[in-house]
Design a protein around this ligand. Sequence first.
Ligand code: PAF
Length: 285
Amino acid sequence: MKMVRTVTELREWSRALRCAAGTRENNTIGFVPTMGALHAGHASLIRAAAASCAHVAVSIFVNPTQFGPNEDYARYPRTFEADCALAGAEGADVIFAPSVEELYPAGGATFVEVEGLSDRLDGASRPGHFRGVATVVAKLLIAAEPDRAFFGQKDAAQVAVLRRMVADLRLATELVVCPIVRDADGLALSSRNTYLSPTERVRALTLSRAIRRVEELVAQGERGSAPLIAAARRVFAAEPSILVDYITLVDWATLEPVETATPGTLFAVAAWAGSTRLIDNTVLR
Ligand code: PAF
């Protein structure tokens, strides 16, 4: 597996493949952007990329601009050696691991702002977060010029922001969204789960319990936003140590609240287990 540290090297790798002999389909490039601390959720993205693309690059970069001043940038888990081993085992050909200075050169003044969407859901609770995400993902996609980039549905609001950005900037990359990967007991996998104490880990199951309750009610025919949100609130009320940030039913493209669930509507929750903020969601069928 190749290790690449600069944007120029990544671009050269990508362009060399484009120029290589063979059909276009033989040279497709898949890209999996990550902040490292890889788990089975990331593994599923890398596997999906390897299954549908001839070449796969995985970026490992803890992006400072998507963390607020009092957030966990400094203590975000960094497990670089293990990440490289996992990415290689799942089919990555290249690891792109730039320094902060490489992606944010001194004096840089350019950011990508997806207006409107960036202030909703996690963007409302984490001002500036989606500006940081959109900026770094734009930099990565412009550098790697992949055919497809792979993201997890767990960060559903991020997906909405990035879909809008790719469409608005007319980037030539297709975004592929892969299903949430859960532990056997239902907890959605997240690099931040490592922050949870054993007690918090058990209590954090409230999020997936609320998601399941809403899915059950929709399966029984309930479509109203108010009763679905009320039912989820009752699940959270049974575990008062978990503090709700938001519980919402939104249009997945616009992140605007909806009154009635229709196929494709996003039901999303965010909540605090101690000092750890967790998110989970389901796309209603
Ligand atoms: O989803 C993540 O891990 C990050 O937000 C991303 C897309 C790698 C950008 O830093």
